[in-house]
Write a protein that binds this ligand. Sequence first.
Ligand code: GTP
Ligand code: MG
Ligand code: ZN
Length: 322
Amino acid sequence: MYFSIVNSYNYLLILNTGVVIKTTGSCHLVKDGNRIVRCKIRGIFREKNIKITNPVAVGDNVQYESDNHDGGIITRIESRKNYIIRRSSNFSKEAHIIASNIDQALLMIAVSMPETPLEFIDRFLLTAEAYHIPVVLIINKTDLITKDKTEKLQSFKQTYTFAGYTCIEMSVNEKKGIDSLIEIMRNKTNLLAGNSGVGKSSLINLICPDMNLKTMDISVSHKTGKHATTYAEMIPLPSGGYIIDTPGLRGFGIVDIEKNEIGLYFNDIFRISQGCSFYNCTHIHEPGCAVRKAVENGILAPSRYQSYVNIFTDQNEKYRTG
Ligand SMILES: Nc1nc2c(ncn2[C@@H]2O[C@H](COP(=O)(O)OP(=O)(O)OP(=O)(O)O)[C@@H](O)[C@H]2O)c(=O)[nH]1
Ligand SMILES: [Mg+2]
Ligand SMILES: [Zn+2]
């Protein structure tokens, strides 16, 4: 899209606008109607306290200048409705915006091959809640769930349904669970995130057969330490809306959330905390804590409480690293 304004010097300035669908280092692909323009950026775009490693993120609405068909220069990033951000590495003051302006995040996990750590899930959910982004959990690779893992799957679903999340069981290999997800995604911009190897790109290849995204057997990725997907990319859905494929995450470092806010964004803990004796209860040591009591009574999953404590006390470095 473009619109023109007449500036004070009385000549016509053409402003092109579009949305960033892929960024690979210094080159950003901007979708402007049916045109895709390769853009660079001019100047430095800054976020508040933290250094952002990628000033332009997939999903950004931008203005760009272009005087030919080959490329353009991004001159402005419109303010973001929301974004998912994580700290790039431990002890680092740098952060990475995974994607912006999203309607919904889909967190894909697997019960095995590779098993997704629960604290990783809770860290992701906390960040999404803090930015008011709804999350749907996709449990992929259900074809690999053996009898001894069935109980684990049930308890997982119970934990996260109690926390207020929709859980979809899926097997991309057996084409199960796809239709209900397509309905949930319709006409929305959906971010697809999760550990490397859970099957994100495989899912998109199934839904959007023309895409042919690169996927990798996890025995290969384990051996080489490589991810199949290296850059986030926004892809149109045949049923309307978009899905954003992202490179696998190892950990999820939390950015910009105050300690006293953590309990507000764990939906289950927040609900239960209404019964704590102290209004500012941290649920760590205070008497009359309804949250600790709920764990003792089997109402709140111990893993949810443990994730809360680890994030609150800034422990468990394993999941803070990029
Ligand atoms: N058994 C089984 N394997 C699956 C399923 N879905 C995907 N896979 C396999 O899992 C491996 C990894 O899949 P990818 O789609 O590359 O995973 P990804 O999440 O995109 O990984 P990154 O791009 O590295 O983040 C591939 O060998 C897929 O064939 C499934 O439902 N069941
Ligand atoms: Mg991938
Ligand atoms: Zn409490």
